[in-house]
Design a binder for this molecule. Structure first.
Ligand SMILES: [Zn+2]
Length: 603
């Protein structure tokens, strides 16, 4: 299951994207000089009017090497800047539209702020800000790269609306200030690189939100808060529910509350979860809830069956997931989307997905991914996301056998084949940038990482891998080699070459070919087949070699380093007919040259 759909659009459609990376008179702006380390925001939401008004304080830290006199603040292009102050002093700023696909509207409202004094490297400044506007359904960025309207709207479904409000953060809707260079969906990996840099700068920042909801039908709102940051509002009419993910929230005590009409004001004090690179996401909808020990499913009216089905499917596989990835660290949360075609979205253990299907297999597949996030935490995407996709393959293997898992993984191979295409093979410095430990490409940290986990499982065995997972502590993961070392500690095998080809560097993919096979009859009447396998590709792997003979087949595993050959002898009870290398568990550049017919009669 691919959670980010955006990427599939920019690849095939190279339509002209109007770039207007404007430069303010005479000097160039370093838009990424500042990191935003703190947000203390008061949100006024008027769903009936689609309106958002925000004021509050943000803290900027100069993470560049030079003093900075200018700060750039960006919000969605449908919002307008009202004021920027430092202390009590209004600051001078100019606003301009800034075309960037980091926001669903395809643009940002940028405020270029002259600071009261130059901010030294590492120093911080607090700015009081205000901006407001509307957030409507808007898929401009996708439509201008040629995405059909319906698909675009089902992907960029964020909006503030009386019936359903959902705003995902940076990468979808800049509803809180950010500062990024141009992200361009029609230009290679630009979008994911810019977003990746932003998330890295954001990791560890805190966000305090005060949410004031008005204009919702019903005269009286009463808010109650869960410790996990979920605010529940009970009205006389529908249940309105807040989900605010990516952060830990706690209710404010009465005395801390920002003065406002008490019963119509919902307040939460939320602070970011430092280890995970989530975009803060706010959802307000008329949800019903199914609560289970490991998962909560929030669903819209009429979706009871699908929601129950989802909760059941998740419940069923909890022991399987915890056996692999450890006890649940948090409760998984699923919430319904009103558009049945809406692209699913995940943020940590929260999954937003249309609950419209009663296919329990699909539900199980989604739940496996989500539960693994609730159970295993890493801020490294190739571990966090790679393992969640690996969990899906494991789930299918358990339900339907290895071929079903390999088929599922095969769906990811296409994306991988494109990105790891030999004509587009990385230059040597890209080998490091595109490596699993550094990449911002979803194809790599989802699809390729899933294969890497699967191959590791095949090489070191299930129990060794589970022990390595159990030993993993996210707070101790300070080096890229931390996880590889935990795995290496569980096996006698030398895995250095594997990690080098697949994890620390992007060496592309292997390409196996049976070079020759020699058959002879043994004195006991069995058949001895000597197979030489060539790896024409640029990455090594341990690959299954399958020999088919009358009445059956035998599978052996063979390690073949890149640009190398390896030989294996297989004893068979009958005359062999065919050799096939790679059952699909190793991603490969060319699968068309993998079978070898045995013509020779044994003597
Ligand atoms: Zn995921």
């Amino acid at each position: 299951m691919k959670f980010s759909i955006i990427k599939s659009f920019y690849k095939s459609l190279g339509l002209l994207c109007v770039l207007c990376a404007s430069v303010v008179n005479g000097f160039s702006l370093d838009r990424e000089a500042f990191s935003f380390t703190g947000y203390d925001l008061i949100l006024q939401l008027e769903p009936e009017q689609h309106r958002l008004g925000v004021r509050g304080t943000i803290t900027l830290r100069n993470d560049s090497q030079a003093p900075q006199k200018i700060a750039v603040l960006q919000v969605s292009s449908s919002l307008d800047w009202r004021s920027v102050k430092a202390g009590d002093k209004a600051l001078q700023y100019v606003t301009q539209p800034y075309t960037s696909d980091i926001d669903h509207t395809g643009g940002l409202s940028e405020a270029i702020v002259t600071l009261p004094q130059a901010i030294a490297p590492h120093a911080t400044i607090d700015l009081e800000i205000a901006y407001e506007g509307v957030i409507l359904l808007d898929a401009t960025r996708l439509r201008r790269i040629g995405t059909p309207e319906e698909a675009a709207n089902s992907t960029d479904w964020d909006r503030i609306d009386a019936s359903f409000t959902a705003v995902r953060g940076a990468g979808y809707v800049a509803w809180y200030p950010i500062a990024t260079e141009v992200a361009n969906l029609s230009e290679g990996n630009s979008f994911f690189e810019v977003l990746g840099r932003w998330k890295e700068r954001e990791a560890g920042s805190s966000m305090h939100l005060h949410i004031d909801l008005s204009g919702v039908q019903g005269s009286e709102l009463k808010a109650s808060f869960d410790t996990d940051g979920t605010a529940r509002v009970n009205e006389t009419g529908p249940h309105v529910l807040f989900l605010f993910n990516g952060v830990r929230c706690a209710p404010l005590s009465r005395s801390q509350r920002y003065p406002g009409p008490a019963l119509r004001t919902l307040l939460a004090d939320c602070s970011a979860q430092a280890l995970r690179l989530d975009a803060p996401t706010l959802v307000i909808a008329d949800y019903r809830v199914i609560e289970r020990p490991a998962i909560e499913v929030r669903y819209l009216s009429g979706h009871d069956v699908a929601a129950t089905n989802f909760a059941d499917a998740a419940d069923k596989i909890v022991p399987f997931i915890t056996d692999w990835f450890g006890p649940m660290r948090e409760k998984a949360k699923a919430a319904d989307l009103p558009d049945p075609k809406a692209a699913a979205f995940e943020s940590g253990a929260l999954l937003l997905t249309p609950l419209a299907s009663d296919d329990s297999n699909l539900a199980g597949l989604a739940a496996a991914h989500q539960l693994s996030h609730a159970s295993f935490l890493s801020f490294r995407p190739w571990i966090e996301e790679g393992l969640a996709h690996f969990a899906q393959a494991l789930y299918l293997e358990r339900e339907k056998g290895r071929p079903a898992a390999l088929d599922y993984m095969g769906l990811h191979r296409f994306a991988l084949g494109e990105i790891e295409n030999p004509t587009a093979m990385p230059r040597s410095d890209d080998e490091v940038n595109h490596s699993l430990v550094n990449t911002t490409s979803e194809d790599l940290y989802r699809s390729k990482a899933m294969y890497v986990w699967w191959m590791l499982r095949d090489m070191v065995g299930e129990s060794a891998l589970k022990k390595a997972f159990a030993a993993y502590r996210p707070e101790q993961d300070n080096e890229a080699s931390y996880m590889p070392r935990l795995i290496a500690a569980q096996t006698q095998r030398d895995l250095g070459w594997f990690f080098d080809d697949w994890v620390y560097r992007d060496r592309g993919l292997p390409d196996f070919k049976v070079e020759s096979a020699f058959l002879r009859k043994t004195t006991t009447g069995s058949f001895m087949l000597t197979i030489s396998v060539d790896n024409l590709g640029t990455a090594g792997a341990e690959v299954p070699v399958i020999v088919k003979f009358t009445g059956g087949e035998i599978m052996r595993r063979l390690e073949v380093r890149s640009k190398n050959k390896a030989v294996i002898r297989v004893e068979l009870p009958a005359q062999p007919q065919e050799i096939a290398v790679n059952d699909g568990s190793v991603p490969e550049r060319d699968m068309t040259n993998n079978t070898f017919k045995i013509q020779q009669e044994a003597k």
